[in-house]
Design a protein around this ligand. Structure first.
Ligand code: IVH
Length: 375
């Protein structure tokens, strides 16, 4: 079942229906687990099995207080760890250079053309996609089976969070389809959607637990839990957009590889697009910026990448960023709100500072309710 279908059916569910459906799914998934793990005789496809787990997780995200003690999301057979093990990335996890202006973007394209010695009339297709505000993770599959999930860490060495990664419904435990390379490392962003973040904070407030400042913080705090059953109860999502070690490439272009990720069972960003020139890239940037507030998750710019992998290979890297990609950042967010009062704060030395008490407003991913007025 597609995520959209999920969303409409689950959005219309009553609490009673959700409770009954969660009980039914716990039983059904439990039966398939036993057939798969104990009897080695599965009776449904991996895709159908993942769909059941995803449906269960989506209902739990909407009704967090109905999560069952025997929920399939918790049943991954893993115990809490004392501390995460360190893992060396097979290929470093790089950062991106930034562009802040339209001129930075055209300079970036000019540099690429010069480097590749491309004439002005030769095509240079670029990909464009939102820059997701979450935390990056690297997922290693051996013979199609998820064998390691790691955080970025310092880019060379991250933390082994495999048991936590296994609880994220967007991440397949086994890659779907045929002709899967023996070694695949899929990289992307673990993030939390706005609606899930609000529901989580409401639940945290109810139980007197920590309130998260923004979805990125909540995603990071949730992924780095030593007890995977806590991660399982947090509504994390994942977009696949890059790769590390691959024993074979499924396509000769960035777009082709992202398409392969989707076929293997990953969520990919629906706004991913191809651009033939700077005008199309800047039009994409403006269109995404206009949609920013209604996307349902935080983004902080767009990323452009050279589409052809042979070009990417020739362009290589400077320091720790690829020469073939750049992040075009949105300007710092602004917001309007109401000034409700002005307090006077008296410092240790007796200096007085007026402090604005604001009606709380979210700006740049944090809730602002005070502002010093020293200027
Ligand atoms: S590509 C070699 N694509 O941005 C390029 N990164 O500044 C690998 N990020 O650590 C990254 N959305 O956490 C890429 N669509 C996207 C992204 C993205 C968010 C983050 C990622 C990375 C950081 C680099």
């Amino acid at each position: 079942m597609s995520r959209a279908k999920h969303a409409s059916d689950i959005a219309a569910m009553s609490r009673e229906e959700a409770m009954a459906e969660l009980a039914r799914l716990a039983e059904e998934i439990g039966r398939h687990d036993a057939r798969y793990y104990q009897e080695d005789a599965p009776t449904i496809s991996d895709a159908a099995y993942d769909a059941l787990r995803q449906r269960n997780a989506a209902i739990e995200a909407r009704f967090p207080d109905l999560v069952r003690a025997d929920s399939p999301t918790h049943r991954i057979g893993a115990k809490p760890v004392e501390k995460f093990g360190k893992v060396q990335h097979a290929r470093p996890m790089l950062s991106l250079d930034n562009a802040f202006t339209e001129e930075d973007v055209t300079d970036f394209l000019d540099r690429i053309r010069r480097f590749l010695r491309l004439g002005a009339s030769e095509p240079l297709t670029m990909t464009a996609e939102p820059k997701i505000d979450g935390l990056s993770a690297s997922l290693r599959y051996e013979e199609g089976q998820l064998s390691l999930g790691a955080t970025r860490g310092d880019g060379q060495e991250g933390e082994n969070v495999t048991q936590n990664i296994l609880t994220i419904p967007d991440i397949p435990h086994k890659l779907r389809g045929r002709n899967i390379p023996a070694i695949v490392e899929v990289r992307g962003e673990v993030y939390m959607a706005h609606e899930d973040f609000s529901a989580l904070n409401a639940r945290q407030a109810k139980t007197g637990e920590k309130i998260f400042a923004n979805p990125r913080n909540a995603a990071a705090g949730s992924l780095r839990q030593l007890d995977p059953s806590i991660t399982a109860s947090r509504p994390l999502r994942f977009f696949a957009y890059a790769w590390g070690e691959m024993s074979a490439m499924p396509a000769p272009t960035q777009a082709g590889i992202v398409e392969a990720f989707a076929q293997w069972g990953f969520a990919i960003n629906p706004h991913f697009t191809l651009c033939e020139n700077a005008q199309e890239m800047l039009a994409f940037y403006r269109a995404i910026e206009a949609k920013r507030a209604s996307l349902g998750y935080d983004i902080y710019g767009v990323v452009y990448k050279v589409n052809r992998l042979d070009f990417q290979e020739r362009l290589g890297f400077i320091a720790r960023s690829p020469r073939w990609a750049i992040a075009h950042k949105f300007p710092a967010e602004r917001a309007q709100t109401l000034l409700e009062a002005i307090d006077i704060q008296v410092g240790r030395t007796g200096a007085m500072t007026p402090v604005a008490k604001l009606r709380p407003v979210t700006v740049g991913g944090v809730v602002v309710s005070n502002a010093t007025l020293h200027n």
